[in-house]
Design a protein around this ligand. Structure first.
Ligand code: GN1
Ligand code: MG
Length: 349
C-alpha cells in the first residue's frame, strides 16, 4: 500500500496521506479509498484506469473534464478530479494510469433499492440527462459501438466461430435463445438508421451502484463517468432497471432469487418521465419497455462472449463467473420479457 500512497502523493493534495484501502465492486478499474491525517472518513478516491479497455487515456480524461465542467456550471454535484502536481489529469507510473478524485462524504450506495428511492432516482436521473442535453462540445466515442447491440451480437458470433477455449458446446442453449430474438432486440439500431431515434449524451453505465444517494434517496452524484458518450436514452434507463429491478444479484448463482420487480419499474419510470418531460420524444417513451429488456439481453451477450473468449474483459472471482453471470442476466431478461405487455399498459394507462 506504500506504493499507492506514493502514487496519491503525485496529485495536488495538501494533506498528509496516511493510508489507501481497496473500495467498490467495479468490474473494470481498480478503486481505492485514500485517508488523510486527522480524519476518519476517506478524503479522496484513487483509481487505476484499465488501460486495456480505455486505450486513449487522454480522450477519456478529456471527456470526463468536459462533462464535469458542464455539470458544475449548472450547479449540479459531480465528481471533482485533482490534477497531478505537474498539471496533468492523470499520472502514468511507467506501467499504469492513475487518477484521483474527491470522496463524496455522507453518501450511500446500493445494489438494489426500494420503490420510493427509485422514483426519486428516476427524476434526478432524468434531470441529469436534461442537464447534459445542451452540451455543445463533442465527446469522443471512448469505446466505439459500446451499446450497439448489433455490434455486441457480432462479437458474440465471432467468439463462437473462434471458440478459443472450447466452451461453445456447453452454452449452446443460451446462444440459440439469444439469436432467436435478434430481430426483436436490434430494433433500436434500425430506428436510428431510419432517422427516427436520436442519440443523446448518456452516462452508459447507470447501474445502481454507480449512483451515490443521500439518506433521503436523492441522487447526490452520478459516478463512474468513463463511458459518458452519445447513445440512446435506453442506455441509462435500461441499465438502471437491469440492476435496480433485479430482485437477485447480477451474478446470482441461485436463479430463483431473480425476478424483474414491477414496483421498481413503475416507480422509476414515473420519476424518469417527470425528469425528462422537457425532451423525451414519443418514440423514446414507447420503447422504454424495449429498453428494460435490452439491457439484461445485452449484458447476457457481453458476459457470454467474454466467457467464450476465455475471460479476457471482465474481472472474475472464480473460473465459471462469467457463465454464472450469463445465466443470471438471462433469467432477468426472461422475467422482463414476460412483463412486456404489463410494462406497456403502465406507460399508456
Ligand atoms: C462494467 O466498471 P463497471 O463495473 O461499473 C462495464 C459495464 C457493464 C458492467 C456490468 C466499461 O462496469 O458496461 O454493464 O460492468 N463497463 C465497461 O456490471 O465495459
Ligand atoms: Mg462502476
Amino acid at each position: 500500500m506504500d506504493k499507492l500512497i506514493g502514487i496519491a502523493q503525485k496529485f495536488k493534495v495538501s494533506e498528509e496521506i496516511t493510508s489507501v484501502k481497496p473500495m467498490g465492486e467495479g468490474l473494470i478499474n481498480d478503486t481505492y479509498k485514500v485517508f488523510v491525517k486527522g480524519a476518519d472518513a476517506p478524503k479522496y478516491v484513487l483509481q487505476r484506469i484499465n488501460n486495456a479497455i480505455f486505450q486513449d487515456v487522454d480522450m477519456l480524461m478529456d471527456n470526463i473534464n468536459k462533462v464535469t465542467a458542464h455539470l458544475q456550471a449548472k450547479n449540479i454535484k459531480t465528481l471533482q478530479f485533482l490534477d497531478t502536481k505537474d498539471g496533468k489529469s492523470y499520472y502514468f507510473d511507467g506501467e499504469n494510469y492513475w487518477r484521483l478524485m474527491v470522496f463524496v462524504p455522507d453518501s450511500l450506495t446500493y445494489q438494489t433499492i426500494n420503490a420510493q428511492f427509485s422514483r426519486i432516482a428516476g427524476k434526478s436521473f432524468g434531470e441529469f440527462e436534461s442537464a447534459l442535453a445542451d452540451m455543445k462540445e463533442p465527446l469522443g466515442e471512448i469505446i466505439p459501438d459500446f451499446h450497439n447491440i448489433e455490434f455486441r451480437l457480432k462479437q458474440l458470433s465471432d467468439a463462437v466461430a473462434e471458440d478459443r477455449v472450447g466452451r461453445v458446446k456447453e452454452v449452446q442453449y443460451y446462444l440459440d435463445e439469444i439469436f432467436k430474438r435478434e430481430e426483436k432486440m436490434t430494433l433500436g439500431e434500425r430506428l436510428f438508421r431510419e432517422g427516427k431515434l436520436p442519440k443523446r449524451v448518456c452516462h452508459c453505465d447507470t447501474k445502481v451502484n454507480n449512483m451515490l444517494f443521500d439518506k433521503d434517496g436523492n441522487v447526490l452524484c452520478i459516478i463512474d463517468l468513463d463511458t459518458v458518450m452519445p447513445s440512446f436514452v435506453f442506455s441509462d434507463y435500461g441499465d438502471f432497471l437491469r440492476t435496480a429491478a433485479n430482485t437477485g444479484m447480477e451474478d446470482d448463482p441461485n436463479l430463483d432469487n431473480i425476478d424483474f420487480n414491477m414496483e421498481i419499474f413503475e416507480a422509476f419510470t414515473k420519476g424518469y418521465l417527470e425528469g425528462t418531460k422537457a425532451f423525451l420524444l414519443p418514440i423514446e417513451k414507447e420503447n422504454l419497455p424495449y429498453a428494460a429488456m435490452l439491457f439484461p439481453y445485452m449484458q447476457t451477450v457481453r458476459f457470454l462472449a467474454d466467457y467464450i473468449n476465455g475471460d479476457t474483459y471482465y474481472k472474475i472471482k472464480y473460473p465459471e463467473h462469467n457463465l454464472i453471470r450469463t445465466k443470471a442476466q438471462w433469467r432477468l431478461f426472461e422475467r422482463a420479457e414476460a412483463k412486456e405487455i404489463e410494462m406497456m399498459k403502465f406507460l399508456f394507462k
